[in-house]
Design a binder for this molecule. Sequence first.
Ligand SMILES: Cc1cc2nc3c(=O)[nH]c(=O)nc-3n(C[C@H](O)[C@H](O)[C@H](O)COP(=O)(O)OP(=O)(O)OC[C@H]3O[C@@H](n4cnc5c(N)ncnc54)[C@H](O)[C@@H]3O)c2cc1C
Length: 394
Amino acid sequence: MSECVECDICVVGAGMVGAATALQAARQGWRVVMWERQAPVQMAHRLGMGIRTVALSPASLALLASLDIVPVGASMTAMHVWEELGTATLRFDAGDLQLPELGRIVENDVLVAALWRHLTNEAGIEVRLAPEIETLQAESERVILRGDDLAVAARLVIAADGGRSRVRTLLGGETRRWQTGHAALATVVSTTRPHAGVAHQRFLREGPVALLPGTQPNLAAVVWSQPPAQAQARRTLDDTAFCTALTRATESVLGAITACDERLVFPLVQHLADEAVPHPRIALVGDALRVLHPLAGMGVNLGFEDVSGLGRALEGGGDPGASGRLEAFARRRQVRSRTLVELMAGFRDVYAWETPGRTWLRNAGIRLVDSLPALKRQIMREALGLGPVARAMR
Ligand SMILES: Cc1cc2nc3c(=O)[nH]c(=O)nc-3n(C[C@H](O)[C@H](O)[C@H](O)COP(=O)(O)OP(=O)(O)OC[C@H]3O[C@@H](n4cnc5c(N)ncnc54)[C@H](O)[C@@H]3O)c2cc1C
């Protein structure tokens, strides 16, 4: 018989979203068990910067600051978007919104390590490293999770166990999937020109390629979305051939690419669970709830929106899984997630238009947006999680 630990809230998965969820809940006074499969591993990096990065929005940075975490990373002060098939460009500047930065590019490893330092020192959190959850039993007063040598009985389970969520699978609910036709190739590169805090994204016929500001002036993080076979072929190119291909694909916007780290390829399937709260005592957050195409850099930012929404719903003690308590949270997060998943699918389709008429229409639309400062500011505010729609949906 495995030991059974009782708690108010069991958070499954201590990635960026789960660790932040557990910290916030403990600071609200809940007794929290954090169930994670493995402790984070710090990877070695050839160019001195981690390959997996996220662009954290000002709203995400504010949430982390409320948990006493100030992520170290590269400030992104502007974003420049252009495309292969036209001449229209879009530029977003932090100054237009009187903000010091549009966001910060942070290495996943660095942020997870910072969150874990807090997790392991937080009085109200018991971190348990345990292998796979074998069974989930959802009752009216509690949920019991059982693995080989651990069982946890919680009044609320929060699943933050990523895109292949075990909790979601054990519950057996429906998950809607959108094929993107893309895989993302990620790496870090050295460039001859400094990035000066500007993120560059070019829409190629095969998919978008982004150069994001790195932790040194001449380092950039690369996310290159493309058909899976193409991504695999580019992953195995020798370094010189890859750097030449990337210099060409980005039109030398940062000069020549002179060196690259290992290349990782991630399959890209967007998905959305049918319900953010599939049982009154179980909530899904982060990638366990939905996975987005990385072209807008929104994935973990939506996850941190989930965390702040849950924080509001769980204020004030009582029973964290009381009937109806998470209803408004569930509704808002479902609407926000569906809107963004569909928007990303739409974006991808519009940028795949190749006929002259449609290319002209897209370019005319982009020029129009770029020439209307008020509209641009509104789009930026919503994308950064600071606009009225984003705030209302938390
Ligand atoms: C190439 C690429 C670029 C991206 N760029 C951006 C960006 O710029 N901005 C952005 O916002 N997002 C970006 N994203 C998305 C972002 O990386 C994800 O949204 C984010 O990592 C999700 O965090 P999470 O904590 O929900 O899940 P995860 O990071 O997947 O963490 C899940 C955690 O749960 C644990 N776990 C899994 N299963 C179990 C189990 N059965 N039991 C216990 N523990 C378990 C795992 O070990 C892990 O610690 C990008 C994604 C990709 C692929």
